[in-house]
Write a protein that binds this ligand. Structure first.
Ligand SMILES: NC(=O)C1=CN([C@@H]2O[C@H](COP(=O)(O)OP(=O)(O)OC[C@H]3O[C@@H](n4cnc5c(N)ncnc54)[C@H](OP(=O)(O)O)[C@@H]3O)[C@@H](O)[C@H]2O)C=CC1
Ligand SMILES: CC(C)=CCC[C@@H](C)[C@H]1CC=C2C3=C(CC[C@@]21C)[C@@]1(C)CC[C@H](O)C(C)(C)[C@@H]1CC3
Length: 431
């Protein structure tokens, strides 16, 4: 049967520079996750280490088979896969309401079980109990077995990328409009099937919110334990800030689980290697870089500097949360603030006042401010702890362009009208 049907038309244009770009990112993202460890860890001689010391030692290291064997760590693999199994069991057994997502183009709705927040509380409770019972030194295994955990998460990402790509060829699947090009490298990367589902488990939202996001929080907690082990039981104010900020972001995302069903990934992207590796490897092991750095470069900020950083984070959070709430309420048929909007020919409405009248992606602005606040506690000795902010700015600008293109196709002339009313893309008067 042809893979191209009226419901699943052939993808006519590529993103990410097409198959060569998709291939480069498929290789580049895992390599970068390892590089960020090898160029910034306790024994690398700095963060980043001096290039003259890095080059010969790295060249020697990779030519030694023992280096490659160290990437495989049975303890880390067994903990990681048990963790993934825990998330699956928690999804199945913990109670949760069922909500439906936005309407799909086949007229149907995907159903989602809401219990990511309670899964996180359970994981936190069990981990805290473990630390109280066995001491902070017992919870440093993420720090001690870092590379092994990265490899374990990577193996899961490839496994899922390949599995869902292969299963997307079964008859009757609804494919992502952007993932049905016929080029296997590209479709594997970008995601071919829109909503892979096992029984009633939606794979895309499950992976986006549970095994990676909650693990990120547990990793941060493990970094605090590793720091306390080194400092005789003390945790620095910089570490406390990073954990509080990232903890707030993670818990907020999980608490507002239904809001994720109006994000681009859930509405329009397929589930492929990009989201698998992003959710399972990139989020927990790259987003926690600041906390890992503070284990071996502990620093105290003092009240004044802490207050400034706290203010940046709170401002970012306020913009992020209120703007996401405005859009989410509106997309679910509510408008409690009586915001102005325009009605499109296509039928949907677009907000034109409130945050969505300030810029076309006000939520990105808040998210970026928070990203900055997560890096500031690490000081200014290394650019590497600012990697997140730079990567994130690139990711969000790219997302904004993808989304503008998608909305242009969806809303046509109405989108031009909306762009005239709301001319700034992310930051008013800047971009
Ligand atoms: N930490 C991280 O790594 C990442 C975080 N994020 C965060 O996730 C959140 C969601 O982001 P994302 O999904 O990219 O994008 P948005 O939440 O901005 O969603 C874009 C969609 O919203 C709808 N929309 C656009 N303008 C309006 C309007 N004026 N009124 C009503 N609806 C509108 C459109 O969909 P339609 O009209 O079809 O409904 C559009 O496709 C953001 O806060 C972002 O910062 C995102 C990526 C990575
Ligand atoms: C480089 C690479 C492989 C990129 C993949 C991108 C993913 C890391 C991100 C795509 C969209 C994401 C979202 C969140 C985390 C990062 C990814 C998966 C998110 C779950 C973070 C918490 C927020 O509150 C959120 C729920 C709004 C958000 C949704 C999008």
């Amino acid at each position: 049967m042809s893979p191209h049907t009226p419901l699943n038309p052939k993808t006519s244009s590529y993103e990410f520079f097409g198959p060569p770009g998709a291939f480069a990112i498929t290789i580049g993202v895992p390599v970068l996750a390892y590089v960020l460890y090898f160029t910034c860890n306790e024994s690398s001689g700095g963060c980043p280490p001096p290039i003259q010391s890095l080059y010969p030692s790295l060249a020697q290291a990779v030519s030694d088979p023992a280096f490659w064997w160290k990437l495989w760590d049975p303890k880390a693999f067994s903990i990681y896969y048990s963790w993934y199994a825990f998330c699956l069991v928690a999804w199945a057994v913990l109670p949760g309401d069922w909500v439906q997502g936005t309407q799909l183009r086949n007229g149907k709705y995907q159903q989602y079980k809401i219990n990511a927040f309670s899964t996180c509380l359970m994981a936190l409770g069990l981990s805290t109990g473990y630390v109280l019972r066995f001491g902070v030194e017992s919870f440093t295994f993420f720090y001690d077995h870092w590379v092994g955990f990265v490899s374990a998460a990577l193996s899961m990402s490839f496994f899922q990328g390949i599995l869902w790509y292969a299963l997307s060829f079964q008859e009757g699947k609804l494919l992502a409009l952007g993932g049905n090009s016929g080029n296997w490298i590209y479709d594997f990367y970008i995601g071919r099937e829109l909503n892979p589902t096992v029984g009633s488990l939606d794979i895309k939202s499950f992976n986006e919110l549970r095994p990676g996001m909650i693990l990120w929080l547990l990793i941060d907690m493990s970094m605090a334990c590793a720091q306390a082990t080194r400092l005789g039981g003390r945790i620095t104010d910089s570490m406390i800030l990073v954990i509080l900020f990232q903890g707030l972001y993670i818990m907020d995302g999980l608490y507002n689980e239904p809001a994720v069903f109006t994000t681009i990934d859930i509405i329009s992207d397929g589930f492929g290697f990009m989201l698998a590796v992003g959710d399972l490897l990139w989020v927990p092991f790259v987003y926690s870089l600041q906390a890992r750095y503070l284990v071996f470069q502990s620093r105290d900020l003092g009240y004044a500097w802490s207050a400034v950083i706290l203010a940046v984070n709170l401002l970012g959070y306020y913009i992020f949360r209120t703007s996401n709430n405005e859009k989410n309420e509106f997309r679910n048929g509510r408008n409690p603030k009586n915001l102005e909007y325009m009605t499109t020919e296509q039928g949907s409405k677009l907000l034109t006042s409130g945050w969505w009248g300030v810029s076309r992606h006000p939520n990105y602005m808040g998210d970026l401010l928070m990203g900055l606040a997560w890096s500031l506690p690490t000081g200014f000795d290394t650019p590497l702890t600012y990697f997140y902010v730079i990567y994130f700015a690139v990711l969000l600008i790219h997302r904004q362009r993808r989304d503008d293109e998608r909305c242009q196709n969806k809303y046509g002339k109405d989108w031009d009208r909306y762009q005239k009313l709301v001319p700034y893309r992310i930051i008013p008067y800047v971009y």
